[in-house]
Design a protein around this ligand. Structure first.
Ligand SMILES: Nc1nc2c(c(=O)[nH]1)N[C@H]1C(S)=C(S)[C@@H](COP(=O)(O)O)O[C@H]1N2
Ligand SMILES: [Mo]
Length: 318
């Protein structure tokens, strides 16, 4: 019926700022200057006034994932986003999300657990070890990035609330705040955004609750203050701005599965052998690269997660 993940033409007024600072970044690279606010101020004082906040972030030495792929830049990660609550236009999300209220914030964890608890963001940041995880993110639309997240494992949170033996799935819910998120006025989607995982997927050590990127507090466009990251699944599983986590007995509904069940499955494991009904999933465009690269089964994380799906027909798990 509706057309999920439609590509919206980008107006030049939206492209311009990005073009400016991307080319500035190239200039900085070419000049062999370490990206940092001091260096920028010294090299390009005339442009300093228009410098987006993000450029002041010192991303430190180059980061790579375990396959040797370079992390995308902070600018790329924070200016090309899927977040339908704000916009269906990836370049428009960052400006629209500016000023979104992320504090105070609580995450209610309950359902089939012995010790339900509502956590304040401060608790989540202090009670759980925050680590860096450099993961590939593969969108179902066939673009990808490498993102250095900061966060903690979902498993550590779930262990604290003690799921009962009846709990088989985990359901996640994004904040519902249509005053601040104009996209939630769209009648085409069943708001609030919901997602779900099987309990063993949720307990896998790769599954992260992310609170930061490049060591900086998460920005609104990336799902501040806390979002899920499931790196072996298509990006839409990695739900943003979570306010509720519920342990349940039945497979939960998800926004995308409800919207177009034939296009977006519950499992949504990255699988180059199973095409989306409207496009190939065999290859992808890594943001910042010119030629396409092959998509890897389970997005390259098969060693850690393939055993979760033993006996399942993966050709059906689009
Ligand atoms: N609440 C919510 N979560 C969401 C989305 C969304 O529209 N709303 N988009 C998803 C999709 S399709 C992708 S690819 C990733 C993008 O994450 P990023 O913008 O941080 O790269 O977020 C996912 N989580
Ligand atoms: Mo996506």
């Amino acid at each position: 019926m509706s057309s999920p993940f439609k590509s919206v033409p980008v107006r030049s007024s939206e492209i311009t700022p990005k073009e400016i600072y991307l080319s500035r970044r190239d200039f900085i690279k070419a000049a062999g200057v370490v990206a940092g606010s001091m260096a920028l101020a010294a090299c390009a004082p005339d442009l300093a006034e228009t410098t987006p906040e993000s450029l002041a972030v010192d991303t430190g030495p180059a980061k790579t994932d375990e396959l040797g792929d370079s992390a995308n830049t902070f600018e790329e990660i924070t200016n090309y986003n899927n977040y339908y609550e704000f916009s269906t236009n990836k370049e428009a999300v960052a400006p629209l999300a500016k000023g979104f209220t992320t504090a105070p914030w609580t995450v209610e964890v309950g359902g089939l657990v012995n010790k339900p608890k509502t956590f304040g963001m401060e608790d989540l940041l202090s009670m759980f070890t925050q680590e860096e995880r450099i993961y590939r993110l593969r969108c179902v639309e066939a673009w990808s990035m490498v993102i250095p997240w900061n966060g903690f494992t979902l498993a550590s949170l779930l262990k604290m609330v003690e799921p009962t033996s009846a709990a088989k799935y985990v359901r996640f819910e994004t904040v519902y705040r249509p005053e601040e998120m104009k996209g939630q006025g769209s009648p085409f989607y069943p708001w609030p955004y919901q997602e779900g995982l099987r309990l063993d997927e949720a307990m896998n050590d790769l599954t992260l609750l992310a609170t930061g990127i490049y060591g900086e507090t998460m920005l609104a466009q990336n799902g501040a203050p806390i979002r899920l990251v499931v790196p072996w699944k298509y990006g839409f599983k990695s739900i943003k701005s979570i306010v509720k986590i519920e342990l349940v007995a039945e497979k939960p509904n998800t926004l995308w599965n409800t919207t177009a069940a034939n296009e977006y499955g519950f499992y949504a494991n990255v699988n180059p052998a199973v095409d989306h009904p409207r496009w190939s999933q065999a290859s992808e465009r890594r943001i910042g690269e010119i030629s396409r690269r092959a998509t890897l089964p389970f997005n390259g994380y098969g060693e850690q997660v393939a055993s979760l799906y033993e006996g399942m027909d993966l050709s059906l798990q689009f």
